[in-house]
Design a binder for this molecule. Structure first.
Ligand code: PHE
Length: 448
């Protein structure tokens, strides 16, 4: 192997867990999970979501880490190597390729929202939300997204932060950064949760999240829960393939995947409790959709004693979560480019960062200067979100599931995962039949 593209290795299982959790915990947990829970009525949706994580998310996470570690290369090359050893079709590597393409596209618009999180952190520090009414809060938001200079500026800063970490490599870049970001994020979350328990809306928020009212659950809600389970664990993007390839051979994949999933779920639930407590305490409804974090919450913070401090904590937490996720989205793209063209990590990072930044600019401007452009009826931003979330990610997950369920030799996967016969049979059953079936249903229903 060329020294240019020498691969790194996590210094311990703990740092892998931090990095993988850093990837999993992101805007999906703090921004999206609470608002879709709000939209789909609370408790029953949460229960379905938890089942999806346990039944589908964890086995798929194990599959991706296993392929990455066993193949020990870039996302699509890991598949190709494994297929080659066992005389399988080399086109299985499409799963890795779809993943990397999807990751690249996700990076473009994730960076735009990541930029918003920095902007909102800035607003919190300035105390901009204090005493504002709904109209005032809406103005802050619409001023931001309609200002080309502001959105592109924050997007640029966010992209630079993500790419500069990845350019420094697995140990000196990613590992070092997540070792600071993740503990800080957890501390902020715990402070916010402790605060939430003292608010009048706390009981209502707990019962909103955990009282299972199935009458509110719709078929669409179930599909959302399934799609979000994959998204929140960062599956189908080659991320866990890339991160898994830096994992030592002696680490238990099953146990590690469970820890990462539990932490991710915990953060989503705790973030939900914080956000709903704050909203309910101020007589606001949590069903506001995507505006929950950028509109409802600032409105509430603006009215509360110590609201400014809380908003600073909150947006720091959001920014840290988004940053560590963006790092993980960049890594598979960079790893793939390094391996494919035999170039240095720095050069690959600049190429990926630069081109993703450029497309991101178009996405960022689709709220203002480019709002007239639409592709199949969607703005540039929504189009990128749509093709990745609804097409490329499910497709990548589907091929991965079929590969592990049908093609990859069972003895090998059992050994790599370190499962007992019974556990392994269950894992195969899920990846062979259940995951492909459910993904097909989601896939088809997205088009119908
Ligand atoms: N899992 C992250 C989240 O919940 C999102 C993410 C998606 C991160 C895809 C990386 C890749 O926000």
């Amino acid at each position: 192997m060329s020294t240019l593209t020498a691969r790194g290795q996590w210094s311990s299982r703990f740092t892998f867990i931090l990095a993988a959790t850093g990837s999993a915990v992101g805007l999906g947990n703090i921004w999206k999970f609470p608002y879709i829970t709000g939209e789909y009525g609370g408790g029953a949706f949460v229960l379905v979501y938890l089942c999806c994580i346990a039944l589908l998310g964890i086995p798929m996470l194990m599959a991706e880490i296993m392929i990455g570690r066993t193949g020990d290369s870039s996302p699509s090359n890991s598949f190709r190597k494994l297929a080659k050893v066992d005389g399988l079709n080399k086109h299985w590597s499409a799963a890795g390729t779809f993943g990397v393409v999807a990751a690249f596209l996700v990076l473009t618009f994730y960076s735009v929202i990541g930029g918003w999180s920095i902007a909102y952190l800035g607003y919190s520090l300035q105390g901009l939300f204090i005493g504002r009414d709904i109209a005032g809060i809406d103005t802050i938001f619409s001023d931001l997204i309609s200002s080309p200079l502001a959105v592109v500026g924050w997007h640029t800063l966010f992209m630079l932060l993500a790419v500069s970490v990845v350019a420094r490599g697995v140990n000196r870049g990613i590992e070092k950064t997540v070792t600071v970001l993740m503990p800080a994020m957890f501390v902020l979350l715990i402070i916010l949760v402790i605060y939430a328990t003292t608010t009048p809306g706390f009981d209502q928020s707990v019962s909103f999240l955990f009282s299972f009212d199935f009458s509110k659950l719709t078929a669409e809600g179930i599909l959302q829960a399934l799609g979000h389970a994959f998204f929140t664990l960062s599956l189908g993007l080659g991320i866990m393939l890339a991160y898994g390839s830096y994992l030592g051979k002696d680490v238990s994949i099953a146990r590690t995947a469970i820890i990462v999933s539990v932490l991710d779920t915990l953060v989503a639930l705790l973030a939900g409790i914080v956000i709903f407590s704050v909203a309910f305490s101020n007589n606001l409804t949590p069903g506001a959709g995507p505006g929950l974090v950028f509109q409802t919450l600032p409105l509430a913070f603006g009215k509360m004693p110590a609201g400014q401090l809380l908003s600073i904590f909150f947006f720091f937490m959001l920014f840290f979560a988004a940053w560590s996720s963006a790092i993980s989205i960049t890594e598979p793209c960079v790893a793939q480019l390094m391996q494919r063209f035999n170039i240095s990590r720095q050069r690959a990072s600049v190429l990926i960062g630069g081109s993703a930044w450029l497309i991101g600019v178009l996405a960022a401007l689709s709220f203002s200067a480019l709002s007239h452009i639409n592709i199949i009826g969607l703005s540039i931003f929504d189009f990128l979100d749509y093709i990745t979330t609804n097409i490329l990610i499910p497709l990548g997950c589907m091929i991965t599931a079929l590969f592990c369920g049908w093609a990859f030799p069972k003895e090998k996967s059992q050994k790599a995962l370190g499962l007992s016969d019974k556990q392994h049979r269950l894992w195969i059953l899920i990846l062979r039949y259940i995951t492909p079936m459910l993904i097909s249903i989601v896939f088809i229903s997205n088009f119908v």
